[in-house]
Design a protein around this ligand. Structure first.
Ligand code: PLP
Length: 427
């Protein structure tokens, strides 16, 4: 039986090493977070054994009575959390959620308009190396060189010129809020659908700390593992407009509710069996996100990001757009004569994890970059507050100034490890 199998010491030793790494260092990658023990317990559970193609109550397999309840719990909690009328909790990831939406509402060759990858957009919003840029005809809007901000009137002009069928908003590296109302006006003017990909700030949006995309966007997608602090995965949500305002049809030519189209975009469109163990983890995370403790957490995430932005600015770092409204910021290192690659590779020697990132109008390649992206979601879960953010920025500055001094870097690593011991992560 499976209980008599030899323990896989190789794999479990690697997990032990990764746990040490996560525990000893300062995690500033804007897309990462630490999930709770009970999210991990759900993910590592026997739910992984079950096939459940279809939806709760309408499955292609027997024995789904319990996983139906698991998935329904995730659905009900997600609806309550975001205040929406419909959700599909099955996308395996954020990229899968976007693929399912595009498959459901577009035909190959249709025009899409997204936020430029090199200005902070995501690969799935039309990049030529991604399905979205290969199957559809992408065009892009970006930020203004002087301000680092998106000019909503210019987005409207681009939409008028390009006449897309889908406008995508949302980003992987944009520290300011989105004007969904203006974007909806742009979409209505050209007869496009509006998709908001709120993967990064979805936890902050759920708690009402940023503009509400559900009032204006036809469709919303998100990952579940960034500020939302759940297992790795995706969601598709509908606030309003779910009655298919454009008369989209099934492959057989039948008009469909938007929700049914999107369900079929996930399965059978782009996925097979749902990951019920991950959906169980999503249910747990949504339950956690419905609490006041999580609401306090999201407020602290923003306060911490703003404290870091202030401290960086005081030390002469240039933050794109001059600050942040959410959990992250993008820093242009050119004024410090540094590259993103050097910053990432140096900081890791002090057990501080960030990622290099293109900045708008970057003159360096994506492998080098002129920027670093920094986020506060993970350190806030760890229990760090504003004064700690100031200290983190001091450490980062110190490391970057002494980037060629290996002995110094290893001394800072010692300080970081000692400091983080005061913030235990796992039982
Ligand atoms: N959309 C945005 C805006 C993202 O930032 C990301 C991940 O970084 C994704 C989609 C893709 O999510 P995943 O990595 O889960 O496929």
């Amino acid at each position: 039986t499976t209980t008599t199998l030899a323990p896989d010491t190789v794999l479990f030793d690697l997990i032990r090493q990764e746990k040490e790494r996560q525990t000893h260092g300062i995690e500033l990658i804007a897309s990462e977070n630490y999930v709770s023990e009970q999210v991990m317990r759900a993910q590592g559970s026997i739910l992984t054994n079950k096939y459940a193609e279809g939806l709760p109550g309408k499955r292609y397999y027997g024995g789904c009575e319990i996983v139906d309840q698991v998935e329904q719990l995730a659905i009900d909690r997600a609806k309550e959390l975001f205040g929406v009328e419909w959700v599909n909790v099955q996308p395996h990831s954020g990229a899968q959620a976007n693929a399912a939406v595009m498959l459901a509402i577009l035909n190959p060759g249709d025009k899409i308009l997204g936020f430029d990858l090199s200005h902070g957009g995501h690969l799935t919003h039309g990049s030529p190396v991604n399905f979205s840029g290969k199957l559809y005809k992408p065009s892009f809007y970006g930020v203004e060189p002087e301000t680092g901000l998106i000019d909503w009137e210019k987005v409207k002009e681009t939409a008028r010129r390009e006449q897309p069928k889908l406008i995508i908003c949302g980003a992987s590296a944009y520290s300011r809020d989105w004007d969904y109302k203006a974007l909806r006006e742009a979409a209505d003017e050209v007869g496009a659908l509006l998709l908001a990909d709120i993967s990064h700030p979805s936890g902050l949006i759920a708690k009402g700390l940023l503009n509400n995309p559900f009032e204006h966007c036809h469709i919303v997608t998100t990952t579940t593992h960034k500020t939302l602090r759940g297992p790795r995965g995706g969601l598709i949500l509908l606030g309003k407009d779910f009655e298919n305002p454009f008369g989209l049809k099934t492959p057989k030519g039948e008009p469909r509710m938007m929700s049914a189209l999107l369900d079929s975009g996930v399965f059978p469109g782009t996925q097979g069996g749902p990951l019920e163990h991950v959906i169980g983890g999503k249910a747990v995370a949504f339950g956690e996100a419905l609490t006041d403790t999580y609401a306090d957490y999201t407020r602290q995430v923003i306060r911490n990001a703003q404290a870091m932005a202030t401290a960086f600015t005081e030390r002469g770092y240039q933050i794109i757009s001059g600050g942040t409204d959410n959990h992250m910021m993008l820093i242009d290192l050119r004024s410090k004569n540094l590259t993103g690659k050097l910053a990432e590779n140096t900081l890791i020697k002090a057990d501080i994890t960030i990622n290099k990132n293109m900045v708008p109008f970057d003159d360096k390649s994506p492998f080098v970059t002129s920027g670093m992206r920094i986020g506060s979601a993970a350190v806030t879960t760890r229990g760090l507050v504003e004064t700690d953010m100031t200290r983190i920025v001091e450490l980062i500055d110190d490391v970057l100034i002494h980037h060629a001094d290996e002995a110094h870097l290893s001394r800072v690593r010692g300080q970081v490890n000692e400091w983080m011991r005061a913030f235990p992560l796992f039982a």
